[in-house]
Ligand binder design. Structure first.
Ligand SMILES: C[S@@+](CC[C@H](N)C(=O)[O-])C[C@H]1O[C@@H](n2cnc3c(N)ncnc32)[C@H](O)[C@@H]1O
Length: 266
């Protein structure tokens, strides 16, 4: 499968910030404040994007530095321009090769690792960088079989763009929760894995297609010229509108499954 693209549009992504904030907060609620008080340790926000969550981590845990890591210049520029707290810093880095420069007591990541092939193999190594009691907290969407994602592939095969989109990768398969459990449990003092399906409330024209065009649909759009991309987007948006109809009150419900992992190092 092709590598995920690094071209993120921070403004389009932030358009849906409210819907995306809730799982980030649900994950954060499971962090142990004691881990945010360990002298000499930092809290990492891996795949920090525009830094919204990094800033909340710093507010919630006022003792320690918060370091956001991301590979996208656009996201990092936005993150730096919106952050005044000197305790929060941002570094460019690829999560596939991440090694903390400061010892971490919390490794937090919201909606990033689903872009990395083989991420399940990275998690034990991340856990080992933590001190005993430190936490690895990860949230990933798990919707590859949902219409929002299945129809990307269907739309990719439904037009003259077919050949150009044949080898386009997208978000990587996020495995069944039990697989993460089996990989991590031997290293953990405790391990909490759960899933939630959020009934996201969207408004406006093509709301689900707009939502995915800032994430899962991007690699498809980037493989096409602007004109082809527009035609492909319209084909996909037409399919999606049938799968997620607008309700009588004008809103569109977009059910979205997310998996959470909170692992405490033994
Ligand atoms: C869906 S956004 C999530 C941003 C942020 N965590 C949030 O919840 O708002 C995914 C982020 O992961 C970053 N990302 C994807 N693959 C990456 C990689 N291999 N290394 C570093 N960052 C990556 C993207 O640049 C993007 O900012």
């Amino acid at each position: 499968m092709a590598e995920a693209s690094t071209k993120w549009d921070a403004n389009l992504y932030l358009k849906f910030a409210d819907a995306r904030m809730r799982p980030a907060m649900d994950l954060m609620a499971r962090l142990d404040p004691a881990n945010a008080e360990r002298p000499g340790h930092a809290i990492y926000d891996l795949g920090c994007g525009a830094g919204n969550i990094s800033r909340i981590l710093a507010e919630r845990f006022p003792e320690r530095p918060v370091i956001g890591i991301d590979s996208s210049e656009d996201m990092l520029a936005k993150a730096r321009s919106q952050t005044v707290d000197k305790r929060v810093t941002f570094e460019k880095g690829d999560l596939a090769h991440f090694r903390p420069s400061t010892p971490p007591s919390i490794l937090y990541s919201n909606a990033a690792y689903q872009w990395l092939p083989g991420h399940i193999e990275m998690f034990p190594g991340l856990l080992k960088t933590l001190p005993s009691g430190g936490q690895l907290a990860i949230q990933m969407p798990r919707n590859l079989e949902a219409p929002s994602h299945a129809l990307m592939r269907e739309a990719a095969e439904a037009g003259p763009w077919r050949d150009k989109l044949k080898n386009v990768g997208g978000v990587i398969r996020v495995e069944e929760p039990a697989q993460y459990y089996d990989r991590l449990k031997p290293l953990c003092a405790d391990l909490d894995i759960w899933e939630s399906i959020y009934q996201q409330v969207l408004t406006g024209k093509d709301p689900v297609a707009q939502y995915t065009s800032s994430t899962g649909l991007r690699p498809f759009l980037e493989a096409l010229s602007p004109e082809e991309g527009k035609a492909f987007y319209e084909c996909y948006a037409g399919m999606i509108a049938k799968a997620y109809p607008t309700r009588a009150d004008g809103i569109t419900l977009f059910p979205f499954r997310r998996m959470f992992i909170v692992a405490r190092r033994a």
